[in-house]
Design a protein around this ligand. Sequence first.
Ligand code: ZN
Length: 99
Amino acid sequence: MSFRNAWHRESSTVTCIACGESVARSAAREYDKYGDRWDREDKSFEYLCKPCDRERCHSPREGLEDRLVESAVGTDSPEAFVARYLALAREAGSPVQEE
Ligand SMILES: [Zn+2]
């Protein structure tokens, strides 16, 4: 019985908040829009697939944090959150890349 096995058993898929792809949780990057990974109580984390995570790091995204927080206000499902985020991003003139 190893820690690694226990960890793998609970792995499942998560949805990338940027492109909507389902990716293995173990392959996804955890993204906490509040920037506070230590307080895990009552929180659900967002995830980014690796291509989106790379993109996020490489391109300057002015207002990204603001849009993410704004997108989350009043949304109770990941789908609603993503839809709102994309709408806000388009409004702000950021290219939303679909590959
Ligand atoms: Zn993605």
